[in-house]
Design a binder for this molecule. Structure first.
Ligand SMILES: [Zn+2]
Length: 163
């Protein structure tokens, strides 16, 4: 059975800035309001729930809160150099250099800040927090909408440890 939470109605969203390094139009600092949708597939468990909606929403909200109103930067981008300089983050991509206060940025373990990579990041974060409690879950799917009407979807299977 599958349950679904739609970010637009469930208030799962964040407004952040990002840069798609090297992209002709998106290679400058700009922002979006992102919405997070999530599907969870599994057997029915306690209360005949696949997963408690409230628990999933809490997890997603926590992740959104960490990212909201920050400049998202891709820690694992192969061509971006980072250096911590006192209370600021210096970074460089080709001939473009930036210095931003550390409290204004969030470095995520992703290669780019595309909606695709953000969806993968959310899926991995959510599963790492869910899988201890929910042994009945087979996979989750996270969709990140960059504005309304366009989204990237990432599906991740849950690997439960054998007991
Ligand atoms: Zn963008």
């Amino acid at each position: 059975m599958i349950i679904e939470i739609v970010g637009l109605y469930a208030n799962l969203k964040f407004s952040s800035a990002h840069i798609v390094f090297g992209h002709r139009t998106c290679g400058v600092i700009h922002g979006h309001t992102y919405y997070v949708d999530i599907k969870v597939c599994g057997d029915k468990g306690e209360f005949n729930f696949v997963c408690d909606f409230k628990i999933i929403k809490e997890i997603v909200k926590e992740i959104c809160k960490k990212i909201d109103h920050k400049l998202i930067l891709p820690r694992d981008h192969k061509d971006v150099y980072y250096e911590l300089r006192d209370k600021a983050l210096y970074f460089k991509y080709k001939n473009k250099e930036y210095i931003i206060p550390v409290e204004d940025v969030i470095l995520l373990p992703i290669e780019t800040t595309s909606a695709e990579d953000l969806a993968k990041f959310f899926a991995e974060e959510i599963i790492s927090r869910l899988k201890e409690k929910y042994k009945n879950v087979y996979w989750i799917e996270v969709a990140i909408s960059e504005g309304l009407g366009q989204k990237a979807i990432y599906k991740l299977e849950v690997k439960h440890c054998k007991e």
